[in-house]
Design a protein around this ligand. Structure first.
Ligand code: ATP
Ligand code: MG
Length: 329
């Protein structure tokens, strides 16, 4: 069973990325054969960015994954642009992807906003590159947060359309979306997901943030006018905090509601902040140490790219062959 997932190197990674994705990466590492994790720097070029910063963030993101518990010996950890099969397969898959499908994607619509004719074509193409990432490894399982459900559906459609048109070649993957914590919300605007590009600074908690600052952000988290610490549709702020604490404590959200029965919002927010800060603190410390050794991270990337290429190259060769492009194999 092959697991594949990608994470963008744009900006500092936040609690949503950590809970919704990174924890699942670590858990999958010894369950899969192999687990493949990719820093998707090419996806990072689809919005405005600084080249030098992107390169640095790519290494930082890898350092963060290692700090969180990924072992480059037990998984494949690499940088997307180091394996050109991803871009080649993107083009090949575009023949079984329609413009209409891409135009309908919520992430594209949200990120493009009213500038739909002016954003980069890359932003529209983002899900095709993501499909290529996964399909190039014939991955079975893709751990992602709730926001990626639609992109998983698209890559399944693309794989099915390819197999139908050109013969059974690709594996149709399944998403693996956690039951709790799949959509961590912005602390200030809990109707939105915590996000690198679309969130509020005061409502976004970074994995490498100082503990005192994390506690402060939770104390100032937006709640609602009620008093009860229970999950409800009209309590997105409190529900979010309950889910976060459930993940931190490794218990069910019900247990959190039970533990805080009769307590006030203020005490609850302080407790969540302190527990999150203590939970992230060792990851932060390892990260701050690891990120300094850029040569070591480049070595991880080099070894990871060699392992990734060994898997992806034969798959892309099969795709080329099925499509009738290039030399016959
Ligand atoms: P952007 O807002 O620019 O898209 P991002 O914060 O979504 O950035 P990504 O690198 O695109 O970060 O996402 C990495 C992984 O984290 C994906 O699997 C995504 O589903 C997951 N994820 C992102 N935000 C959240 C969130 N708020 N809650 C749970 N999972 C999340
Ligand atoms: Mg995203």
């Amino acid at each position: 069973m092959v697991i594949f997932s990608g994470i963008q190197p744009t900006g500092r990674k936040h609690l949503g990325n950590y809970i919704g994705a990174i924890l699942q990466y670590v858990e999958g590492q010894d369950r899969a054969d192999p687990a493949i994790y990719c820093i998707v720097d090419l996806h990072g070029t689809t919005v405005a960015y600084e080249p030098a910063e992107l390169r640095e963030r790519s290494r930082d993101t890898a350092a963060l994954l290692v700090a969180a518990g990924l072992d480059p010996e037990r998984c494949v950890l690499f940088r997307q642009s180091d394996v050109p099969q991803h871009t080649e397969l993107t083009w090949l898959l575009s023949s079984v992807t329609s413009v209409g499908q891409l135009n309908r994607m919520h992430q594209f619509r949200d990120k493009a906003g009213t500038a739909r004719d002016r954003v980069s074509a890359g932003l529209l193409y983002y899900p095709v590159l993501m499909a290529a990432d996964v399909l190039a490894y014939r991955a079975h399982e893709v751990p992602v947060g709730e926001d990626q459900r639609e992109h998983i559906e698209l890559m399944r459609d693309v794989a099915e359309a390819f197999n139908k048109r050109f013969g059974e070649t690709l594996v149709v993957p399944e998403g693996n979306i956690p039951t709790v914590g799949a959509r961590v919300r912005d602390l200030k605007e809990p109707d939105k997901k915590m996000s690198t590009t679309g969130g509020t600074p005061a409502g976004t908690v970074y994995v490498d943030e100082e503990p005192a600052s994390i506690v402060k952000k939770f104390k100032r988290a937006e709640t609602d006018s009620g008093r009860e610490i229970v999950r409800a549709d009209d309590k997105p702020g409190i529900s979010n905090l309950i889910e976060i604490l459930a993940v931190v404590r490794g218990t069910a959200p019900n247990a959190i509601e039970h533990d805080f029965e009769g307590k006030g919002y203020g005490d609850f927010k302080t407790a969540v902040g302190e527990e999150v800060a203590a939970w992230l603190s060792p990851v932060r410390e390892r990260y701050l140490e690891l990120r300094q050794d850029t040569a070591a991270i480049e070595e991880i990337f080099e070894a990871g790219a060699a392992k990734a290429t060994a898997i992806a190259a034969p798959v892309v060769a099969d795709v080329r062959d099925a499509m009738g492009v290039g030399k016959p194999v």
